[in-house]
Ligand binder design. Structure first.
Ligand SMILES: [Zn+2]
Length: 102
């Protein structure tokens, strides 16, 4: 993803925020992510929600303080091990760009 305009960033953010818990679950199933926890072997995952929508965690890029990454997460209910799912990758799954549009 290179040289997005401000408007494109806002749209991308709004679209990412529109992804529902059901869609995230669909994505996790489609990508075969519901596997045994690599830390404890349990099979009991939960993706946290806020106001019935999947929780998003943002990180700051140290080398580019104005930039950052958003992640959905899935937490093992047995041991707390947490997997982060890059929100941009999930966004691509639901809002694929048109060919030739970057
Ligand atoms: Zn675990």
């Amino acid at each position: 993803m290179t040289e997005m305009t401000y408007e494109e960033r806002v749209k991308l953010g709004e679209q990412t925020l529109s992804i529902t818990s059901a869609q995230l679950r669909q994505y996790q199933l489609e990508k075969k992510m519901i596997t045994e926890c690599e830390a404890c072997g349990a099979l009991d995952w939960e993706s946290p929600e806020e106001n019935a929508m999947p929780s998003l965690t943002a990180t700051t890029a140290v080398r580019s303080p104005g930039a950052g990454n958003w992640f959905f997460s899935m937490i093992c209910n047995n041991c707390g091990h947490t997997r982060l799912i890059n929100a941009g990758t999930v966004w691509q799954y639901f809002f694929r760009k048109e060919p030739g549009n970057g």
